[in-house]
Design a protein around this ligand. Structure first.
Ligand code: CA
Ligand code: CA
Length: 220
């Protein structure tokens, strides 16, 4: 269970993302967002996520040794602070919070449960800047150079755009070939409009996704 500090207003997904999936052999995995309950103070009034994974119920399957395995991502949402302000949210692994049964963070190794080392982090939340969708090179216009900027990033090793949300011309939460193609299509093919806030009006991303906008200076 991941205990969450005050200020979390909701969440975007309760799906489990993992790069260990290739080792599933008739196992089980699930993730849920829950309101943790329980007598412990750190459980009260917080939001949390629970993730569980069993690689196999039938065979002796273990993750091969390597430096890092990503077992689960959970994506949370919080309200953006006002312009010029910042907010702080603490994320931590909390033992003993209940969603049904109290949940203890544990890992099974060689058929025995071991308690993992648990960390916490304070997240600094800043207001996301408004942007023009499609303006991947952040020059205040959406044109063919933005499609080229995306292709340079994807295929020629150029730096990532500083405002990934602006470069995500399809607003599907991924930056890939289709974003450059969407920008090109927008000039030539009717009804392929770039999603809100669009290429002409500054605005914020109406959908929550894994991309972010580190900076964008062309909108007031
Ligand atoms: Ca541009
Ligand atoms: Ca996209």
């Amino acid at each position: 269970m991941i205990g969450i500090g005050d200020g979390i207003s909701g969440y975007a997904t309760d799906e489990l993302y993992t790069d260990a999936e290739e080792f599933f052999e008739r196992g089980f995995s699930d993730a849920k967002i829950a309101d943790p309950q329980g007598s412990r103070d750190e459980c009260q009034g917080k939001q949390g996520g629970i993730a569980a994974m069993v690689l196999s119920f039938f065979d002796d399957v273990t993750l091969p040794p390597r430096s890092t395995w990503t077992i689960a991502y959970v994506l949370f949402e919080t309200l953006a602070p006002e312009e010029g302000e910042e907010a702080h949210v603490v994320l931590r692994y909390a033992d003993g919070c209940a969603h049904g049964q109290p949940v203890q963070n544990s890992v099974t190794q060689d058929r025995e449960s071991v308690l993992p080392e648990k960390g916490s982090m304070e997240v600094r939340v800043l207001p996301a800047p408004p942007f023009l969708r499609g303006d991947s090179n952040a020059d205040g216009r959406v044109d063919i150079s933005d499609a080229i900027r995306i292709f340079m990033y994807l295929f020629l090793g150029a730096d990532a755009p500083r405002c990934m949300d602006a470069a995500d011309a399809t607003d599907d939460g991924k930056l890939d070939l289709s974003d450059g193609v969407r920008i090109l299509c927008d000039f030539f093919i009717p009804y392929t409009a770039i999603p809100p806030p669009g290429p002409f009006q500054c605005g914020h991303d109406p959908t929550m996704d894994w991309l972010y906008c580190e900076s964008y200076s062309m909108c007031p």
